[in-house]
Design a protein around this ligand. Structure first.
Ligand SMILES: Nc1ncnc2c1ncn2[C@@H]1O[C@H](COP(=O)(O)OP(=O)(O)O)[C@@H](O)[C@H]1O
Ligand SMILES: [Mg+2]
Length: 344
C-alpha cells in the first residue's frame, strides 16, 4: 500500500499540451475519484500514474519513489478499464492467473490468490467458464479480480462501470466500495459521473481542460464549491444560476447580502422552497413538472427568461403558466464572481 504525490505534472502530445501542471497528494489507503467532463484529461492523468503514458514534465511518486522512469509492470499498480480486455480463449481462472504466471509466481500461491479474489468477488462458480459465457457485470468482476490477484499498492480504475446497464452500475459501484473497505488499498477511480464520484470518494478531484478545479471531500464540494464550474458539475439536477436582475426585487434583503451585477447567484434545486411575499428570492412561470413520486422536479422560467428547476417534495398545486415564488435559507446561497467564476 502506498500514497501518491504528483508535482507539476504536465502532458503534451506534440505541440498540444493537455495537462497543465497538476499538483496532488493522495494518502495511503484513500479512495480518490478524478471527475470531469469528457476530454478534461482524467484518463491521461491516470495513464501517466499507471506508466502507460509518458510524463512530459513534473514528477509522479508512488510512496517515496519517483516512478517517471519506472516501467508500468514495476510500479505496483493494477488497472481496470472500461472495456474488460479479457483473453477470450482463456477461462476466468486463467485470465486471473495470467499476470502472475508471467511473473513466474509459485503455482500454489497463484491458486490461493485467484481463489481468494474469486471469493471476494463472488465469481468462484464461474472460474472454469469462458468470458464469452459471462454477462458484462461478471466480466468486469473478472477484470477487477485480475487486478486484485496482483496485490497492487494502488488500484486504478478508468470508468469501469460505463459499459454496464443502470442497475448493474449501481450494484457494481457498491461492490467496489466494499472492496475498498475490505482491502483498504489506495484506489484512484476515473469517472465523468458525479454520482459515482459523490458516492465512492473519500476525496474528489475535479478536472477541467487539464487543470484541477478543486480537491475535497464530496460534501465540501457540494457545500462550498470553489467556483461556478464545480458548483454546476456537482449535484443533480445542477445548481441554478441567476444574475441580480433575474431575482425578485427584495432578494438581496431576503438573503441579507449584496448582490451586484458582477455576481452570479447559485441556488440548488433542492434548496428552493415555495415562499410568500418578502421571503421570496426568485419567481418563475411554471413550464413543466416531472413527478418522480419521491419528489418532483419543477421546471420554471423567470420573467427575464432564465430557466430553472426546483426539486420539491410534492408536485406544485399551480397550473402550467402560473407563477410560483421560492425562497431559500440564506446560508444555502452561493455567490460567484461572474468573470472569474470564483466563489465569493
Ligand atoms: N494520443 C493522443 N494524442 C493526442 N491527443 C490526445 C491523445 N490522447 C488524449 N488526447 C487529448 O487529451 C485530452 C484529454 O484526453 P483524456 O485524458 O482521454 O480525457 P478524459 O479521459 O477526461 O475524457 C483530450 O483533449 C484528448 O483529445
Ligand atoms: Mg477517459
Amino acid at each position: 500500500m502506498a500514497g501518491l504525490t504528483l508535482r507539476d505534472v504536465r502532458k503534451s502530445y506534440g505541440e498540444t499540451q493537455v495537462m497543465h501542471g497538476v499538483d496532488l497528494d493522495i494518502e495511503d489507503g484513500e479512495f480518490v475519484v478524478f471527475v470531469g467532463p469528457s476530454g478534461c484529461g482524467k484518463s491521461t492523468l491516470l495513464r501517466m500514474i499507471a506508466g502507460l503514458e509518458e510524463i512530459s514534465d513534473g514528477t509522479v511518486a508512488i510512496g517515496d519513489e519517483v516512478v517517471n522512469e519506472v516501467a508500468a509492470a514495476k510500479r505496483g499498480v493494477a488497472m481496470v478499464f472500461q472495456t474488460y480486455a479479457l483473453y477470450p480463449h482463456m477461462t476466468v481462472y486463467k485470465n486471473m492467473a495470467f499476470g502472475l504466471k508471467q511473473a513466474k509466481t509459485d503455482p500454489a500461491e497463484i491458486d490461493r490468490r485467484v481463489r481468494d479474489a474469486a471469493e471476494i468477488l463472488q465469481i468462484t462458480d464461474y472460474l472454469d467458464r469462458s468470458p464469452r459465457n459471462l454477462s458484462g457485470g461478471q466480466r468486469q468482476r473478472v477484470a477487477i479480480g485480475r487486478a486484485i490477484v496482483r496485490d497492487p499498492k494502488v488500484f486504478l480504475f478508468d470508468e469501469p462501470l460505463s459499459n454496464l446497464d443502470a442497475a448493474l452500475r449501481v450494484q457494481t459501484r457498491l461492490e467496489i466500495a466494499r472492496l475498498h473497505q475490505r482491502l483498504e488499498t489506495t484506489m484512484i477511480y476515473v469517472t465523468h459521473d458525479q454520482v459515482e464520484a459523490m458516492t465512492l470518494a473519500d476525496k474528489i478531484v475535479v478536472l477541467r481542460d487539464g487543470r484541477i478545479e478543486q480537491v475535497g471531500s464530496p460534501i465540501a464540494l457540494y457545500d462550498t464549491p470553489a467556483n461556478a464550474f464545480v458548483a454546476q458539475f456537482i449535484g443533480s439536477p445542477k445548481m441554478n444560476f441567476f444574475a441580480a436582475d433575474d431575482l425578485t426585487g427584495n432578494a438581496a434583503k431576503a438573503l441579507g447580502r449584496d448582490i451586484a451585477v458582477s455576481h452570479h447567484v447559485g441556488l440548488r434545486p433542492e434548496h428552493l422552497v415555495p415562499a410568500k411575499g418578502a421571503k421570496a428570492v426568485v419567481e418563475g412561470r411554471l413550464e413543466l413538472v416531472e413527478n418522480l413520486g419521491e419528489y418532483a422536479l419543477v421546471h420554471l422560467v423567470t420573467a427575464t427568461g432564465v430557466e430553472f428547476i426546483a426539486k420539491t417534495e410534492k408536485p406544485p398545486v399551480e397550473a402550467k403558466g402560473e407563477t410560483i415564488r421560492f425562497g431559500i435559507a440564506p446560508d444555502l446561497v452561493h455567490v460567484f464572481d461572474k468573470e472569474s467564476g470564483a466563489r465569493l
